[in-house]
Ligand binder design. Sequence first.
Ligand code: ATP
Ligand code: MG
Length: 659
Amino acid sequence: MLTDAVLAGLDPEQRTAVTAPAGPVCILAGAGTGKTRAITHRIAYRTLAGEVNPRHILAVTFTARAAAEMRSRLTELGARGVQARTFHAAALRQVRYFAPRLLEGRAMPELLESKARVVGLAAARVGVRADRTGARDLASEIEWAKSSLVEPGEYPVAATKALREPPFEPAKVAEVFAAYEELKRRQGVIDFEDMLRAAVWGIEDHPDVAEQIRAQYRHFVVDEYQDVNPLQQRLLEAWLGGRDDLTVVGDASQTIYSFTGATSSYLIDFPRQRREAVVVRLVRDYRSTPQVVGLANAVIRQARGNEARLRLELVGQRPPGAEPELKIFPDETGEAAAVAKKCRELIAAGTPASEIAVLFRINAQSETYEKALAEAEVPYVVRGAERFFERTEIRQAMIALRAAVRSIPGETPLVQAVVEGLAATGWQREKPPPGGAAREQWEALAALVTLAEEYAKSPTLEPIGQAGAVQRDLTLSGFNDELARRAEQQHAPTVAGVTLASLHSAKGLEWDAVFLVGLADGTLPTTYAKTPEQLEEERRLLYVGVTRARQYLWLSYGQMRSSGGRARRPCRFLPQLERNSTTERAGGDRSRKPDRRRPQVSSCRVCGATLLAGADRKLGRCPTCPSDLDEDLYERLKTWRATMAEELSVPAYVVFTDA
Ligand code: ATP
Ligand code: MG
């Protein structure tokens, strides 16, 4: 049976979810327990069993990359034609499709590129002086309001109720909000939330549209349901129209978008709202080593949010790996250099660069790592597709490729046409420049060629933004359309390299090796997090970060931001995990008498890692640099470190000495 293959490789609880009959299904489970796998298999199972037509399924994922992964996984399982999209992409498609009817011939409004800019203009109109940061903060406040279905007039009350910390007086924010809406209307542009709203009102106000949409979408699946916001929920309900063939999966401990209006309450309340729902809980973690799982449990154990009462400890299923430790560097540059060096080592030892990620709290941290990796000649990609299509060389390349349609003979095979078209921008396939920013641009353009290759030959590649079996146009102009669709949906091609990403954009993904960097108070949690709720969200972010690692997890921070600054403390959510790991270490080795003399602190001259001298006070080589150490010494140091960790209240640190 085709369905047997779909059920193989699932545990009993996952099977319950996969084979549940039509109707509401809810999987509540921690990271790495196979939620995404379960819903993907549920779709394949129902399709292959002939229970549902793949064309009638809409799977909603959180990122375009997750959607693409789900589609390719479904194809592997033998289920084609399922629509897997983000809320945004699904709404865009719907609005586009119905625009001619709903707009009665008027042009579809353009999507606003920079919300902050228009918000800045709106602020000026109503006499609110906002600099760039102010405009950005106002923009996110407006985003929160719109995602929470709050109108300008309702803002002050709603913001107070939701314990928002607006950048200006609530009444002022409301004025800016109203002015912003007015400005957009006059300019004939819409923003991201308007698009979702248009999709909602399109259905709610037009019975014929509703009928057509509901005939198309009959079975719904939503991944990462803990981060759905009221606007998205309303769209989901509009699609459902009272029907209940809906599978949702999520982990309340991974709610990391509540600052934009997301709330885990829809997930948590689901079983109560739909009493007939099949509810499944998963606890086996198939992603990470037991060490990483232990750390993840320790990070989230102290959580006080909504999720605390629902949380189940994860149970690691994979073979053991290295103990994660926190490495402290004198500054961020030293930290980044050490990360780059370790990346090189991992790659040299056989880990593909694409299986490594460096994750940080805020995008501004990216640059230091981009530099360090470029210097170490480690290929990398910055995640966040908008970045890819916003890159100057990509924009220029897209213009050049459109121009090339006229100059390159129609019969030239696609990949060659793309290479020739790119040559107009000075790019040469055979001549990759050596490391650095030169090199990075070359890689980005090379990614376009790789995409052309996939587009030309892969029978499984589904054109982005179109459902199922569409006849693909394999000419250069067909490829240009594909690029335009991708740019619009922020669907970047995969470039082989170490991933640099914010913790927010790492959701749902996994890598063999993960570097969590900048784990200092003030960065994680960010200084902007003040209320208990905001701090809880920061804790969940750390949990999301930790649980991205399959095999190897590195935790670090640089003590000084700049020379002369105050030494920073480790992320406050880590001591709990440290105590957890140190008791375990010490517990295993009670017979040894710990060395209680004070250590000597210095830093490695090569990579900058903090070094603590052992009992004999001789400083040794640091473990991020190649170092031979005999087992006995290592054991001794472990015990010693456990005690010292408590004394210094540093979670863990690099400790090595000569014997
Ligand atoms: P997250 O909360 O981070 O989104 P998740 O619960 O969605 O995680 P998945 O991404 O579905 O977890 O699965 C995590 C990893 O474990 C994947 O590599 C997946 O292939 C693997 N996996 C899931 N279930 C099983 C299983 N029953 N047997 C073996 N591997 C599994
Ligand atoms: Mg998942």
